[in-house]
Design a protein around this ligand. Sequence first.
Ligand SMILES: C[S@@+](CC[C@H](N)C(=O)[O-])C[C@H]1O[C@@H](n2cnc3c(N)ncnc32)[C@H](O)[C@@H]1O
Length: 278
Amino acid sequence: MAYSGPFQPGDRVQLTDAKRRHFTIILEAGGQYFTHKGAINHDEIIGKDEGSVVQSTHGADYLCFRHLMVDHVLSMPRGAAVIYPKDSAQILVEGDIFPGAKVLEAGAGSGALSMSLLRAVGEHGQVISYEIREDHLAFAKDNVEEYFSGMPKNWSPRLGDLKKVTQEDLGGPVDRVILDMLEPWECLNVVRDVLIPGGVFMTYVATVPQLMKVMEGIRETQSFTEPRAWESLVREWKVEGLATRPEHRMNAHTAFLIWARRLADGVTPPRPQRRARR
Ligand SMILES: C[S@@+](CC[C@H](N)C(=O)[O-])C[C@H]1O[C@@H](n2cnc3c(N)ncnc32)[C@H](O)[C@@H]1O
């Protein structure tokens, strides 16, 4: 699939009707898509610019855009819950996922975060994604391959338990580690052993007990900076004249993000001095 320019065969295209309903098709020369308002000929879309309107044989209008990654992530089949775009955006920036980075991820789940990481590290980077469940790994591979129209060369999806992974398995230290799993505190020794000094570690947990356990676990290793924890809340707004106001509904909670950096070996970081509470 191309990412920009006029539509080409192989592009995944989202058609939107007058009622803002979406239909997704993959363009092929001579192909047809049948709606309840007649057929749409793919050839009428191929060669047009994105944002064009095509008509079905019964005269209904459909707006055409390529599927964005966010559309793919929210509509693709899932084995496990995906990291939502608002949170993967935080991971990319706060996790400092740079072009050329070597990133270790677990679990691969449905492959949603893998896609964002793969795009961010670029062709000179590498993403190694461990997944303990064969069925989930199959979902991740299918979803990633479908989005990139093939297996990306910079991706190494692996079936296995992260708890057993060593630096040797990874061909040396990694620059970043991102965990999205039920019990990340069980993998903290692995993270410490494989992450390069200065490397960023982020993990994503849904509940307060998990948050407490992983924060305490990070402190106990004495190998990381004081961890930070936060959540991101995104509230959409309706903007229509005097009816301008926040939307009534929002995804109020997805998960907490936790962030820390690997210290150099043998270092005791300066800790803030807290006055004893009376
Ligand atoms: C919530 S899902 C990850 C979703 C993924 N981040 C995404 O965006 O699609 C958590 C996954 O972690 C996997 N998992 C749990 N413990 C693991 C371990 N020790 N090693 C590797 N994978 C593990 C689970 O099987 C599950 O598929």
